[in-house]
Design a protein around this ligand. Structure first.
Ligand SMILES: Nc1ncnc2c1ncn2[C@@H]1O[C@H](COP(=O)(O)OP(=O)(O)OP(=O)(O)O)[C@@H](O)[C@H]1O
Ligand SMILES: [Mg+2]
Length: 258
């Protein structure tokens, strides 16, 4: 018998006026699995994340997390249940030092409940998490205000904020965009470690070569619709995906990837 999914998205549909942003998309995510979601600009990836995490309410469809229906619940409830996300347009507390950006997560009701109010020195925990996402502990970087951090650090700060929430699902909306190749290379093992700890991860990515290093299960969207699902090879070989990316079904697989 197959394990029930951790997250089940069923026929989510959202339109903005005459524009259909997400068109009856369904998929399932298991604990400890990484799923990649790809698609051209404007294909509905971020809207799908917003529908799952409660930032946008669907017109139709349902979302289940651990068998509980979470459709249309507010974002703070969904986060409290264990689904954390990063934002494509990052939203740090720019005026706070990097490590202080994690403090709201560490004082969240979820973390208090899980840790039993005995976390000790939260600044120290924040520092440990920042080190985990690649901030040099013995440097000035964790103490810099977010406004003074390079973009690649801000993206990793977003990941740290998610980790601090001790989630069961993390949704990464283009985490790699704006990162240098060295930053992406050092972030991949961090994501794999989270997966190995049992966290399920959804990665929205345009950087396909790097995405395909860490996931073997990919969905492709176009005009809000799921046009392919399977292994990276299966998805890249789909004529719908070739057409979505290149406007031609004649295109070779390698041309899409990178
Ligand atoms: N709040 C909104 N109001 C109106 N239209 C919206 C809104 N949010 C998204 N859209 C539209 O819905 C479509 C899907 O947008 P979405 O941001 O989900 O795409 P995406 O796949 O994340 O794109 P990208 O790769 O550029 O991040 C786009 O046409 C976008 O303009
Ligand atoms: Mg987007």
């Amino acid at each position: 018998m197959s394990t029930p999914p951790l997250l089940r998205v069923s026929r989510l549909f959202k339109h903005f006026g005459g524009l259909t942003a997400v068109d009856h998309v369904s998929f399932e995510l298991q604990s400890g699995e990484i799923i990649g979601i790809i698609g051209p600009n404007g294909s509905g990836k971020t809207t799908l994340v917003n529908l799952i995490t409660g930032f946008v309410k669907p017109d139709e469809g349902k979302v289940f997390f651990k068998k509980n229906e979470i459709t249309k619940k507010p974002p703070y409830t969904i986060t409290d249940m264990g689904i954390a996300r990063t934002f494509q347009m990052i939203r740090p507390f720019y005026q706070l030092p990097a490590y202080k950006n994690l403090i709201p997560s560490l004082f969240s009701p979820r973390v208090r409940r899980l840790v039993g109010g005995k976390y000790g020195d939260r600044d120290a925990v924040a520092m440990d998490i920042l080190e985990e996402v690649g901030f040099e502990r013995d440097s000035s970087v964790p103490y810099k205000t977010a406004r003074n951090l390079p973009h690649g650090y801000l993206k990793r700060l977003e990941l740290g904020r998610c980790i601090a929430l001790r989630p069961e699902v993390i949704i990464l909306d283009e985490l790699f965009s704006g990162m240098s190749i060295a930053e992406v290379t050092s972030t991949i093992p961090i994501i794999e470690k989270l997966r190995d700890e049992g966290i399920a991860i959804i990665m929205i990515e345009h950087r396909l070569r790097e995405l395909f290093q860490i996931t073997s299960h990919v969905l492709a969207l176009n005009f809000g619709r799921k046009i392919a699902e399977g292994t990276p090879e299966e998805v890249l070989n789909s004529p719908h995906v070739k057409e979505a990316y290149l406007g031609s079904t004649e295109a070779a697989e390698g041309e899409i990837a990178c």
